[in-house]
Ligand binder design. Sequence first.
Ligand SMILES: *[C@@H]1O[C@H](CO)[C@@H](O)[C@H](O)[C@H]1NC(C)=O
Ligand SMILES: *[C@@H]1O[C@H](CO)[C@@H](O)[C@H](O)[C@H]1NC(C)=O
Ligand SMILES: *[C@@H]1O[C@H](CO)[C@@H](O)[C@H](O)[C@H]1NC(C)=O
Ligand SMILES: *[C@@H]1O[C@H](CO)[C@@H](O)[C@H](O)[C@H]1NC(C)=O
Length: 936
Amino acid sequence: MDLKTHLDAPRARRRVGRLELLGLLAVLLASNFAFGFFYQTQRFTKLPLHSESTLARCRALGVKPGPAPSFHLRTQSDRFQPGTPAVLVKNATIWTGRVDGLEVLKGDIFLDGGIIVAVGVVKKSLLDQHKHDIVDAQGAWVTPGIVDVHSHLAVESTPALTGAGDGNSLKGLVLPFLRSLDAMNTHDDGFALAVAGGITTSLILPGSADAMGGQGFVIKLRPTKERSSSALLLEPPFGLNGSDLDYNIPPRWRHMKHACGENPARVYAGTRMDTVWSVRKAYDEARKMKNLQDKYCEKALTGQWASLGEFPSELALEALVDVLRGKFKVQTHCYEAVDIDAFIRMSNEFQFPVAAFHHAHESYLVPEVLKRGYEHPPASAIFASFSRYKREAYRHSEFAARILADNGLKVIMKSDHPAIVSRYLVHEAQQAHYHGLSTNLALASVTSTPSETLGLDHRIGFVKPGYDADIVLWDSHPLALGATPSQVFIDGIPQLANPHVSTKPASQQSAPKTPNFDKEIKDTIKYEGLPPLEAATQTSGAVLFRNISTFWTRGDFGIRIAEDADNVLVKDGVIVWTGPDVELTSASIDGALIVDLQGGSVSPALVSAGSMMGLQEIAMEQSTTDGGVFDPLSMEIPTVLGEQTVIRAVDGLQFGTRDALLAYRDGVASAITAPNGYGMFQGLSVSFSLGSRNKLEKGAVLQEIAGIHVSLSLELPSSVSTQIATLRRLLLQPPKDEHGLELQQVSRGSLPLVVTVHSADVIANLLLLKQEVETKVGKTMEMTLLGATEAHLLAPEIAAAGVGIILSPPRSFPYTWEQRRILAGPPLTAQSSAAWLAAHNITVGLGPQGVNAMAPMSNWAVRNLRFDMAWVALESGGSISKEVALSMASSNIETLLGVRSGASSEFAVTRGGDLFSLDAKVIAMVSAKRGVVDLF
Ligand SMILES: *[C@@H]1O[C@H](CO)[C@@H](O)[C@H](O)[C@H]1NC(C)=O
Ligand SMILES: *[C@@H]1O[C@H](CO)[C@@H](O)[C@H](O)[C@H]1NC(C)=O
Ligand SMILES: *[C@@H]1O[C@H](CO)[C@@H](O)[C@H](O)[C@H]1NC(C)=O
Ligand SMILES: *[C@@H]1O[C@H](CO)[C@@H](O)[C@H](O)[C@H]1NC(C)=O
């Protein structure tokens, strides 16, 4: 059924209106009516030629966007692809999104004509009537397709090339007339990856460089037969191509991107005051235009055509006038309380509602301001943990989602793809759930709530008859860590041709029983987002951990489970005894602080590498960072420094940064950090404790020099061949003085050379160079590749060369050209990169899942290392044991980066489950190096 037949009801109503008007005209023109309406109006009232369409336009001014009332009677989607077979999904556990997200049905789903025809019990007669395919879900979870309200897919496409970075126009602060649709690259590698994560619909927004960056468009992510950008659109506004504008049917929602705060202010070298003024000025002009139109229509609708002229309009103001008429969903990038307050004030001044604040890092701190929103409080579309990269994001809280929900405010998790890779949007919901958001709201935060915020909850975001046939079958509960789609339907079309599904443990088939964070949440509010993160108790006294489910130890033969270790006794931060309950003697526990772990674990503490941990507090605030290291290949080195000086990260260490303390509270005891290089050279890395308060404390610095770090990249100012030549010269002819000491050690194999590199071609060059140096020097070099996105292509050769890998990020994404050949992992490939490399007997460590593998933008992600290692184990289908995954996040990293006497004595202690589980919370860290136990 097409849209027009569905609009009969409203049209009929409107016809009455028109008839009344005609009646009025008839009275006015009574004596001449018999001559015919058109002739008479021309002759006697100068009714303009366009009068009919103008009147229709005037009548439509106040009509709010939305589906026609009969929309749900449709039997076929406007996006139906002819030839698509009907599908019966049998035996599913269906989270429908209905009843506040609390409804779960066991049953079947029937998809036909691009829509969901039946849910739960599917009538046999229906099945008999329609030829259909059958998918047996075998009880698996099914959800609506995931909806991403904030994506730059296709406008900031991957791999990133200067020819395809179309997200931000820099032609002015206020550009409401720009349209993301005009820049949508259908060849973005991100499409298929996002679909593999269950994303079916995204709002594609312009960037945030401008106060008004332009209009966003909603798309479905499946490939289309037409292959055009237009064919991706879901309910695009009418009239885009000038030919389908009909004032007699309700308009569709449009989306306007606004941005507050730092971005526009910095891009235009202005202030927040300038940004807000630019917006108010624009809305003032739009309001004048709106008033002109309203006056015009008042006259036109009462037949006062004399000297009325044309309908007043201006293309540049058209969109803003529609915002003022309530026809836009205003999507506003806004972080801080100051910006949220200003925007809410302004939206009340100009009387338009705000659909959502995006990023909204401080919205949880000002719920009352949100509640003052014009017409309704805006939703908050937030990140789970991506934060502190700039001042605006400094007060971010992992508990924001929960706090907003407690205030009755709407919460959406969003990707800002590729900031967070859209494919992993459900992981944002998992983290929000872990930190206190209820199961129903966490699932809603990526399905029904975003669909409401987009004005599309009449067709997406729910598993409900009449809705678009966009559903995801999962290999586990969607809020379980590592949940992966086993099939994704968009418009009823299965998107995964040959899905690789790993068998997940039964424990993953229900929502995690997440820990209690009530105290943390209370403190977060009390301290306005900056609660103290230091341990509540630090003791060198005896601590007895009881009721342990697993005790993993770390020894010469790797990480293994210790038997019968129900209890662990610690003194001076050293584990002095472990054993079963029967061996507990009152003497051994006398005076000890007793801590019940309720089935928790004691495991080697995690070790982080590949971030800027310890060298910065806020990545984008230079005054909070150590700064960058001069690149001799593209910069002039100050003579006072000397060309050959190798920079040491240990000299720039800062302790007690929030990212360090948060990572520590989540089980990461130490980090190995190299200086931040502007070019090929970084310098000497340091291993240090994240829980220490200053450098002079016992055990703060674990190893002053770990390895020497360089970067080889196609992205640097110098050529790759120059970089290789430089490395060859330095390794074969290291300076003979003290400055060459470390380089001599590298050639002789006593200091690892750590190379940040992604391209398989550059890796091949490095392997050859290693061989060349070893042949000439006669010693075996230690080499580790960091990043290594394309390493899987050379796995046997890397293994043969004895080279190790720190995979960073652990879940690859083709951010750049030199990272474009990824091993995508399930459901797209059988193995993940980490599992593939490990299967080739390469020593693998895991770096942070930060932004674009850029160390300066990764500190926030270090705390998630335990989730990342668990994910590697979960998606390996059993080939990566928990012990191996733990090594990847601890001992392997130290081995690969030259830390000889590192954190083997440091332990992470969890309650409620082991370190791999979303049921568990890290409640203590045990540090022999520092001689203490920290209890949180
Ligand atoms: C649904 O799948 C589950 C899990 O495989 C199975 O135990 C159950 O018998 C199935 N139910 C039906 C009705 O097929
Ligand atoms: C304009 O867009 C409408 C809706 O997508 C479509 O039906 C129509 O064919 C298009 N017309 C032209 C000339 O492209
Ligand atoms: C150990 O923890 C489990 C899980 O919380 C609990 O059921 C059990 O009672 C505890 N056992 C002891 C001996 O405290
Ligand atoms: C990895 O090592 C194991 C044990 O030494 C061996 O059996 C296996 O063949 C090796 N795999 C590869 C790909 O070399």
